[in-house]
Design a protein around this ligand. Sequence first.
Ligand SMILES: [Fe+2]
Length: 299
Amino acid sequence: MSLEVTSLGYLVITAEDVAAWRTFAESVLGMQVGQSPDGSDDGSLYLRVDERSWRVAVQPGADGGLTAIGLEVSSREAFENLRKRLSNSGIEIEDEPRLAERRGVLDVFRTHDPSGHPVEFYYGGKSDREPFVSPRGARFVTGPQGLGHAVLFVDEYERVRDFYVGTLGFQVRDVLVMGEPCSFTSPNPRHHTVAFVSIPGVPPMLQHFMLEVDDLDTVGRALDRVQDNDVPLSLSLGRHTNDRMLSFYCESPSGVKVEYGWGGRLVGGDHNTGYYDAASVWGHRPPPGTSMMDGLGTD
Ligand SMILES: [Fe+2]
């Protein structure tokens, strides 16, 4: 099956203190503040990491909220094909007036995954005429690998897997079993684009998203800034077993965790599904006095 979805294109999250998110994004992560795609001002923050006009938007709202997982589709033909396929398989399609203008894309429709996470499919994400300039000198790894990855807590593990793998055609790269199984999936060579796990008692939410930079020293400098700015460190520097990402996790002002890493491996189409019982070969330790599950946001 040819895939319509090519990458994670954008994320829209909500935060009570958008100004604090702006400071965090610029000063710690090295993201650049961009413009609202349609020129309107609803108090949202638009953040750039590459030539696109934005990749992460932070809207005023409840802390920890997820407004959209934006999945990029390759072309108008693929977009129409996907829309038809989803509709035929009984998935409800939502059209929001002016959503394409608000997102700065050629066309978009919305749906929800089986755990209720809002998913937007779009094609034609707008590029900015102004070059991306990180205020902290970071260069982010995007392009065909997209923005990065998102890890979701879900409450319908089998149905969510059917959606991302069965319906959208993402490849399962591996399954990490630490209590409950976590599936790591992707439509492109980035090891994982969407991963999901169901933990009893934990409601569906965006657990973390990952930004990858092209230089290990950029990760180290960001880690210094996390400490200098008293940003809570969720998991210390470490290297993951499955994607080999060398990263740390910190807590954003809205509570969602951000993984900041370097050196993620690329995976080809001939990959065999892997199986791990540990997330990291070293590091990724929670702060003293807390557990790994606290660090992952399940507290
Ligand atoms: Fe991650």
